[in-house]
Write a new protein. Sequence first.
Length: 208
Amino acid sequence: MLANQTGIGIYKILIVIFVAGLIFILTLPQVFNLNRREKTEKCISNMQEIKDQIKKYMRDRNELFTGTTNDLIRTRYITVVEEECPEGPAGSKYSITVDRKTRIIRIYCPNEKKFDDHVLVLDSADYCVQNIIMINEAINQYIIDKKSLFGGNLAVLVQEGYINEDHVKCPTGGEYEVIVDQGAKSFDVYCPNRFRLRDHIYQLPQEN
């Protein structure tokens, strides 16, 4: 009788172990996916923080940023933790490019080829600056072709094929403003949302 009870006890223990193992196997992929998602979100957050701090660096110093994450750490704009992808391996630092003409900042994850979701996409400010530059170039070409100062109406540029209609409006809404100085024979292009969104301004910083 005792042997029989012992056999039943062992059988119950084996069942519990089997069920626990089965649950672990079934939940393991979900835990792994959650961990991957958290690391992806952290990676994108790191890249966004680096981008924001580069913008702050350029505003503070009124110069183009041409350095690396090491320079941001040295000048205390970011921490050591933020300069590496959480997927590793150790030393997997983000790379940075800043366009000298547009000031558009691009941050690249060192593991982008392995994890295609580790990408920081351009934001509305980036597209806005690109539009302003395109409008500036279109107006300059118009002046060269027509041999006269531009009147300020962007619809004219669209009608005559100097620029696409999609580029005369800010991604966050509103048409760009062109202020023409007839006396100085010059012009400036402004985003309609520049007072609300301070990054929607094109101003080429001084280089070292």
